[in-house]
Design a protein around this ligand. Structure first.
Ligand SMILES: [Zn+2]
Length: 335
């Protein structure tokens, strides 16, 4: 075990399992990469939890934590012990959801999950040691678009990274019975597109323009409408990032391109996503420490403009006031 990246494994409401022998090799793959990227040292505690909510609550890191999300459930959670430096990180995995006697598929999904969470640890450590992270006022659409965009791109990066770790540890049979490095998209084919279509129907169109209209006709107040739209934007783009990264890793067509024609995709998600990916895809999946700050600023800026433009299509724009505040303008959404 590395001195620079020590690892502790804890079981909470959970016993030793067939997954445990996989933990150290996954951690080792990620920290080898972290070392190559000149990531400063950090300590990891991996908690195999039989009760995710209880394990998260016990650490007091997230108020009213619930694993439910648009498009599914959270299976793991990565928290810095001190959010300002990520020198110690807790990775909590929902072991209660995992099959007690895993087959190859379930082991592969575990590798992907843990590698993904450890990717967050590396990114968090890089981010908090490379200079000031961009911040924003909650009522400023452009700034918040950048902040959410960074979170969304982190999810994409962690999935891409997890696929590489998975391929290094597990093989899959795709064509002619020849074993090839596994990818999430081989293990769980076509998951992204169906999920994305469901989210578009359920949460994006007509839901987003209707939400804006509900404010315009006085059925909801500005703050509630704006909070809800921001939260949903983040969750929808996180689902999109997972779907796109998994398909890309497996050489499958983009799930977003396959839902073309859905107004939620055509008006809102596709224009924003394609602009963001034009900046993200040419960058390394994880940046070297010396380049992290520059790459992050490039991503922040493109997300600012791409997501703020999407909100503008929904009728929401910002106007600075004379006293240095931001005023939200709400006009008719494009639908
Ligand atoms: Zn994640």
């Amino acid at each position: 075990m590395s001195d620079k990246f020590p690892l502790t494994v804890l079981n909470e409401e959970y016993g030793e399992s067939a997954y445990h022998p996989l933990i150290q090799p996954i951690h080792s793959a990620i920290t080898t990469l972290a070392e190559e990227l000149a990531t400063p040292a950090f300590e990891t505690t991996i908690i195999m939890s039989g009760n995710l909510t209880a394990s998260v609550d016990r650490r007091g890191k997230e108020k009213d934590f619930s694993p439910e999300r648009l498009g599914g459930q959270v299976a793991g959670k990565t928290f810095p012990v001190d959010p300002t430096d990520y020198s110690r990180v807790d990775v909590i995995l929902d072991a209660g959801m995992m099959a007690p006697d895993p087959d190859g598929l379930q082991q592969g999904m575990f590798v992907h999950l843990l590698a993904h969470e450890l990717g967050h640890a590396v990114i968090g450590r890089q981010r908090t040691t490379c200079g000031d992270a961009p911040t924003a006022q909650r009522n400023d659409p452009s700034g918040m678009a950048g902040v959410y965009g960074l979170e969304v791109v982190d999810e994409w990066r962690c999935d891409r990274l997890a696929d590489i770790v998975l391929g290094g540890m597990v093989t899959a049979e795709v064509v002619d019975g020849e074993p090839v490095p596994a990818r999430y998209g081989y293990l769980v084919p076509d998951s992204g597109q169906a999920e994305l279509r469901q989210i578009l129907d359920q949460a994006v169109h007509p839901a987003w323009p209707e939400l804006v209209w509900s404010y315009r006709v006085g059925q909801t107040d500005l703050a509630s409408m704006w909070e809800k739209l921001q939260e949903q934007t983040k969750q929808v783009f996180v689902c999109l990032a997972h779907a796109e990264a998994k398909a890309l890793g497996a050489g499958q067509p983009s799930p977003l391109s396959q839902v073309a024609g859905h107004l939620g995709a055509d008006l809102y998600l596709s224009p924003a996503w394609s602009r963001i990916m034009q900046v993200v895809e040419p960058q390394p999946i994880l940046s070297h420490h010396s380049e992290f700050h520059t790459h992050q600023n490039e991503v922040f800026r493109v997300c600012q403009s791409a997501i703020a433009h999407m909100w503008a299509c929904l009728g929401i724009t910002r106007r600075p006031t004379d006293d240095g505040q931001v005023y939200l303008d709400v006009t008719e959404p494009m639908e």
